[in-house]
Design a protein around this ligand. Structure first.
Ligand code: RAM
Length: 353
């Protein structure tokens, strides 16, 4: 039986418990998930014995809780074992020890959201030398240091969507600021560079000025404090873009109880469960994201396909990703999940993650 294709345009409201139930039931032996069919040609592992390590930027972030649940669902279907490890703080140094451990354990695949494009590459090199396939998801390293990157959407698409939303919300003119994650995060920095570029070159945004970019380090309290400082330092600020689920939730909480509620717009990337109260009470009009569960699920199928030798990560390679259907590796070893999705008052009730 073939699974149906459900790209992120069709974000599905699946509860975590449902995801875990699915993982428990998934047999992975019906031919639907090509990734589960071991060829025996793989690197550090043979089929049926696949061990995976999932290393997010940090633990305690609901976004990564959802992506790990998706990875566990896929691992269940593939008959693989998967362990999540990770630091408290989203720093590259803190990730290195977990990469070293994965290499020492000889896991088949390491799935990592990188806190820095290059700082973790020496550790990754060692892991790859030891036979571990390394797949980045969510936040990439430089392409030469990993086997594949599973990207949530194109960086251009993510950047454009956030500008479209903030421009709509401030009536196309005025000062805006960015509240980002950590200063070295590959994903946020790529999106910010593209937003800066588009602000300069797209005539639709000629009357919008980006006056500041600050970093909350994907820590709730720091993001909250940075929001307060932004509003104090820029009395004419009309809007904030926060391309991080931690940042946007902290900024919304600050705005909700401040004189700026309803006056300063806030958008960016958030999870519906964290943002629901702020959308319902009018602090936030709309924001975007993809389904992090699907992202973890796809990254796990991609890793299994590499470990099992079905793909090498070169452009044009194709593999089956269970319920998500078939994916093709693009240039620079990148697999794209789909398009970003916009959440607002009318649809937020349909989602539970
Ligand atoms: C935070 C993290 C993650 C990013 C999302 C949007 O959870 O920074 O890397 O993709 O926000």
């Amino acid at each position: 039986m073939k699974f149906h294709t459900q790209r992120s345009a069709a974000l599905v409201a699946v509860t975590l418990s449902a995801a875990l139930t699915l993982a428990a039931c998934g047999g992975g032996d019906d031919g639907g998930g090509g990734g589960g069919e071991a060829t025996g040609a793989g690197g550090g592992q043979s089929g049926g014995d696949l061990t995976l390590t999932m290393l997010p930027k940090n633990l305690g972030n609901p976004y990564f809780d959802v992506s790990t649940a998706g990875a566990e669902e896929a691992a269940g279907e593939l008959g693989a074992s998967i362990e999540q490890v990770g630091p408290e703080q989203a720093s590259p140094d803190a990730q290195v020890q977990y990469i070293n451990t994965a290499a020492q354990q000889g896991v088949g695949g390491l799935i990592v959201s990188a806190n820095d494009p290059t700082a973790i590459c020496d550790a990754i090199d060692e892991a790859r030398d030891a036979g571990t396939k390394v797949v980045t998801f969510d936040s990439d390293t430089s392409p030469d240091c990993r086997d594949l990157f599973v990207n949530q959407a194109t960086a251009e698409g993510i950047a454009s969507k956030q500008l479209e939303l903030i421009s709509e919300q401030i009536g196309g003119e005025g000062e805006i600021a960015i509240l980002s994650a950590s200063a070295n995060a590959t994903n946020q920095n790529a999106w910010i560079a593209m937003m800066e570029d588009e602000l300069k070159n797209n005539p639709d945004y000629a009357n919008i000025q980006l006056v500041d970019t600050v970093y909350g380090d994907d820590e709730d309290q720091k993001s909250f404090d940075e929001t307060e400082a932004l509003l104090q330092n820029h009395p004419n600020l009309k809007g904030i873009v926060s391309p991080t689920t931690v940042g946007i939730a902290a900024a919304a909480r600050y705005l909700q109880n401040s004189q700026y509620k309803g006056k300063v717009a806030l958008t960016g990337l958030g999870t519906p469960n964290q943002m629901r109260p702020y959308v319902e009470d009018g602090t936030v009009t709309s924001f975007a994201l993809w389904n992090p569960g699907d992202l973890g699920y796809l990254a796990t199928y991609a890793t299994a396909a590499l470990v099992n030798g079905e793909i090498t990560g070169k452009e044009g390679d194709t593999f089956e990703a269970g319920k998500l259907g078939e994916y093709t590796v693009g240039p620079d070893g990148v697999v794209v999940l789909g398009d970003p999705f916009v959440f607002d008052k009318d649809n937020i009730g349909d989602f539970d993650f």
